[in-house]
Design a protein around this ligand. Sequence first.
Ligand code: 4UU
Length: 569
Amino acid sequence: MDEIRSVSTAKLPEIPDNLSIPQFQLDVADLTRPPRHANIPCLIDDATGKQVYFEELRSRTQGFANALSTLYSIGEEDVVLLFSRNHIDYPVAIWAVHRLGGIISPANPDFSRQELEFQLRATKATLLIIYPDALDVSTAAAKAVGLPLDRVLVFDVPNTSAGNLVTVDNLVQRGLRVKAFSERRLRPGEGKTKLAFLSFSSGTTGTPKDVAIPHIAVIANVLQLAAHSKLNEDYAEWKDRRYRPGDVAIGVLPLYHIYGLVVNLHFLLYCAMTVVVVPKFNFEGMLKSIVRHKITHLMLVPPQAVLLCKHPAVKKYDISGIRYIMVGAAPLSDEVNQKLFALFPDAHIGQGYGMTETCTVTSIWAIEHKRGISGSAGQLIPGVIARVVKTDGTLGGYNEIGELVVKAPSNALGYYSNAQATKDTFVDGYVRTGDEVRIAPDGELYIIDRIKEIMKVRGFQVAPAELEGTLLDHNDVSDCCVVGVPDDYSGEVPMAFVVLTVDAANRVKGKPEGLEGIRTSILKHVAGHKIGYKHLAGGVEFVESIPKTPSGKLLRRVLRERAKELKKA
Ligand code: 4UU
């Protein structure tokens, strides 16, 4: 059997390989782009209601680029690490750095000092931009890696302060007064290799690695989505189009994750829509914002969809203006999917599926169907070529089960400075997804299982290898294995199987309270080093040994099954 292509009839336009992302988003008067009327804001700050229009977004980007170039010498290949919640200047920071030839590495602002330090070292970032509430962690991490504190900038947020740090807004204002920066233009073809983002993902195995995402990958995914959505074709009544200029989306997905970054920000702005920027997700707060900003579009992860279906507060708000709900980043149960259909009888509702390494969307529900098929992750978008690799290594056809391996113009280049990991996952221009799938003859893609190591906790990746490393740093742990156990809200949560050191085992022999003490200390140890969603919410189970293959490889599947049984018991 051969490769499987998108069943969409939409035609993918030529993807420009000589444009940087900000040139594509802000400069090119592309006639195929839906027009943005002057009265449609690009962004609205959820907290203050401040609106940012296209020209202002563009000029703030120029101003910030001026300041970064003249005052901080940011230029070719500099990595700027964004350690921030969503903020209306987030795209300004990204695109200013891109205009100078630099690279953005986004990080979760709730990371612990150790997690931030890891990313600062891995990317060799020369500038850090933070959200004010991350001041303590940021300064500690910057000191630890030798990044001078005058190279830490802060987004301004009303009524907060972050020490004496220089604010992005101050630099924008100063930058608007100084001479123009010199734009880093791309030569024809250069968009394919010039790096735009280093986003972290653990891929199919091991600890988090920085995915090297070139400019063309983001531009390609936006154009693929635009083609898939038939944005410029007369396929239906204007009033029922999926994305219309002036529609308003809630931006609760974090912009440091690829789904928020590419779909919620870059694609929706391309559609001439408005994005309401929400720094921190809070369910009732989101309901209020939906009413206040007349939100039409929701992009969510499954736990947020669960809340929408089950939370009692939903009844208090008139959210009938919603006409689109997309859910992705982890499996969505049939039950929740059906409930969404019932709650929003007229809305476009479906799933999207993607990953950091494919620089985002691989499939999404068909534009011809207002509602996706429950259980399906949608159809491959134009430009995606899929292989279904069966366990015997041969290619499967329709309805056969195997690992999904994809080639797309949006694929990342590999893992930054990690040839071995790149070789394992990026094969001849194809990305191994680590997801077991079946593609039906009508083009619907069903995700059957995740065969890679990572867990998805509330849509966030958790790498067992990373937590195992942390556990092994605990004095009483001699061996361990971390697996995900199912959880109604989070999808799954991490659980650890732990083998005690001989010393520790002797110490607690016949003393159950001693063992409980170690359990508590292990839970605390992980909580002290890792962000909340990586904590061992599934608990710690003590075992005599960890099952391994003769070559010493963890038999994770065995323990995953054991964990499920324990959970049932
Ligand atoms: C079952 O999570 C993402 C990207 C999510 C995304 C992107 C575009 C969602 C909707 C959209 O339109 O990226 P990563 O790198 O954090 O995690 C990738 C992994 C996949 O390999 C798969 O295992 O997340 C899982 N995943 C899903 N699983 C992503 N989407 C889905 C889905 N169903 N719909």
